[in-house]
Design a protein around this ligand. Structure first.
Ligand SMILES: NC(=O)c1ccc[n+]([C@@H]2O[C@H](COP(=O)([O-])OP(=O)(O)OC[C@H]3O[C@@H](n4cnc5c(N)ncnc54)[C@H](O)[C@@H]3O)[C@@H](O)[C@H]2O)c1
Length: 437
């Protein structure tokens, strides 16, 4: 039996040992999915705090309850460590490390490079393992950056080891689609690589979607997220246009969405947030810049979207002005700091910009977020205040940045005086004056 057949057999028999590198929002659910399918999983993360809590069976990812993780850890199906040496016996490894931007908005692939380097050091070379990169990145990364770490000393990809790229589509907080029911795109370096990767992911995903090569799979992910960034940029600009025209953008989008074909609703908001939509398109535009091409839609959408926190602050300022008040000295309560509803993630959250800009203008800003107990804005630390009727009534303006499901809007409008609502969350006015985006 050649190495491919051996690996396929181990996968089919659930004898393959699966390694997951990077146990965050992407890696942890994947590790759990493989363990639930009966595979032994070894998780590696460089953050000792995360490994500590995982080894006690405690999850820090909202979508993975500790009640689900705990028994898998206790039963030995998931083992976690900070030490890459623990992966020496792994048959397939998924790399799920961060891919942020540098300050210059250029890709920071140092986490991928570090993970590839550590893996290549600790895996027995040419032992027939499958290595899959899942981190979102620009087309060419798998073949140009990761592959060379493994294809050395005469070891050949597709014969001695296998390599693929498979982007993660997880949407934190979403319950209608799971790891299993979300189709998964897979591109291999060679046809045998894609066969092995499809066999592996086919155990935890109903529909693997093979594509021609790794760069295509890398591009698919960037198309998906650029599609969102550009459409959100478009609707944010429509919000600015509606404001000038004296129209309600939410009514316009909802009515347009009644068209049964050819229209997909996107909604305006205070700006992009999270680890994906504000970042991933820049991986693509950076790559295109190296080829002397300007990704115009991406640049324009980024310009419109990154302006939205300023626009929110202008709305707050105008709303206060109507009450003969200045931003300077006003008490402003920001509701929601997370980048989206019902998650505890503040990465790239527009709330950070909104709070920063309001503080810069002299406002006395407090925030409430049931998922985010503390925040750091520049050098300033803040703690979430209790959401009481007094907190609402004492605010000159309440700014809705994140529409968490736990917020009781009816109750909020009976106590607040002035609300700037960036999410169209508040349906009835109560005693408060409501200003929508
Ligand atoms: N969060 C999402 O919704 C989402 C969705 C789809 C794709 N992605 C992509 O998946 C990748 C991971 O994102 P995430 O949200 O899970 O990030 P995350 O920050 O939640 O998790 C990444 C983990 O990797 C660990 N890590 C960093 N360097 C490491 C190394 N060298 N070795 C081992 N562990 C290391 C970190 O400590 C962290 O726990 C990114 O490329 C992201 O763009 C994220």
């Amino acid at each position: 039996m050649d190495r491919k057949q051996q690996l396929l057999r181990k996968i089919a028999d659930r004898q393959a040992v699966i390694g997951v590198v990077g146990l965050g929002y992407v890696g942890l659910p994947l590790a759990v999915a493989f363990a639930q399918e009966g595979f032994a999983v070894i998780g590696v993360d460089v953050d000792p705090g995360k490994i500590d809590s995982l080894s006690r069976g405690e999850s820090y990812v909202e979508d993975i309850p500790s009640a689900v993780l705990g028994p898998l850890v206790e039963g030995g199906l998931i083992r976690v460590t900070t030490d890459y040496a623990g992966l020496a016996g792994a048959d397939a490894i998924s790399i799920c490390v961060p891919t942020p931007l540098r300050k210059t908005k250029d890709p920071d692939i140092s986490y991928i490079v570090n993970a590839a380097d550590c893996l290549a050091t600790h895996l027995p070379p040419g032992n027939g393992q499958l290595v899959v990169l899942e981190s979102t990145t620009y087309p060419g990364t798998t073949d140009e950056i990761v592959l060379p770490y493994f294809a050395r000393n005469g070891y050949e990809v597709g014969r001695d080891f296998f390599m693929a790229f498979s982007p993660e589509r997880i949407d934190p907080g979403r319950t209608d689609y799971t790891v299993r029911t979300t189709p998964k795109v897979i591109g291999g370096v060679t046809p045998d690589c894609v066969d092995v990767a499809v066999a592996l992911y086919g155990t935890v995903v109903d529909r693997p979607v093979p594509v021609s090569n790794t760069a295509t799979a890398e591009m698919v992910k960037l198309l998906e997220n650029t599609f969102r960034a550009v459409n959100i940029g478009l609707v944010n600009e429509v919000a600015l246009m509606c404001d000038k025209l004296g129209l309600n953008v939410w009514e316009v989008v909802d009515a347009a969405a009644t068209k049964p074909y050819g229209f997909m609703p996107f909604y305006p908001g205070p700006g992009l947030g999270g680890h994906c939509i504000p970042i991933d398109p820049h991986y693509l535009s950076w790559k295109l810049r190296t080829l002397n091409y300007t990704a115009r839609f991406i640049e324009l959408a980024s310009e419109v979207n990154s302006h939205m926190p300023d626009y929110v602050v202008t709305k707050v300022s105008d709303a206060l002005n109507d009450e003969r008040k200045a931003v300077n000295g006003s008490r402003i309560l920001v509701l929601g700091a997370a980048y989206k509803r019902d998650v505890g993630d503040v990465r790239e959250s527009p709330a950070l910009d909104v709070i920063h800009l309001l503080r810069e203008r002299g406002a006395d800003v407090v925030y409430n977020d049931p998922y985010i107990p503390t925040l750091r804005i520049d050098t300033h630390s803040m703690s979430s205040v209790d959401l009481t009727s007094e907190a609402l009534a004492s605010a000159d303006c309440v700014v809705v940045v994140t529409d968490h499901a736990v917020y009781e809007w009816e109750w909020i409008v009976t106590h607040a005086r002035l609300i700037v609502d960036t999410r169209n969350a508040v349906k009835s006015a109560g005693d408060a004056r409501i200003v929508r985006l």
